[in-house]
Write a new protein. Sequence first.
Length: 188
Amino acid sequence: MSILPIIEVPDPRLKTVSEPVTAFDDDLKTLIKDMFETMYDAPGIGLAAIQVGVPKRILVIDLQEPAPHDHEDGEHCDHDHGVINDPRVFINPEIINPSEELNTYSEGCLSVPDQYADVDRPAAITARWQDEDGKQHEEALDGLLATCLQHEMDHLEGILFIDHLSRLKRKMVLKKLEKLRKENGIAA
């Protein structure tokens, strides 16, 4: 497994519309493992293949819940002791039946590092996708998983979360990112 470089704005590859996956082979499984390793290393909760320079309709998501544990006194506790991983792979995903009700989340993106903004998206969706073996799945999703899937699916169409913002807010986010890069001695 390898940690892959994550491409960042303003790299024009992020505007690429990704191609459907047709070969469910060992190369695909290796890419998926590398994507998970890259996402965990970043760290992030979702990653689209185009973010590592591969224009294929592949997403990995893991919302990584804190692991519950028991205190020595027997009391149950839900924080700060490891995480429960729930890695999910979505290949050739589609959204069917998005709700009219919207949720607003403060979204960030590994390709727009350290920048966050509120984005409105359907609160609930039904998603259809294939797994790494090509098997079809369909599931009703809501909450953070629905938001994260929609965010990652935008990448497949060449859309970043900042594209959902007003022109002024988008410019402000990009200016803050540019300033942060200059402070850290990173060329844009």
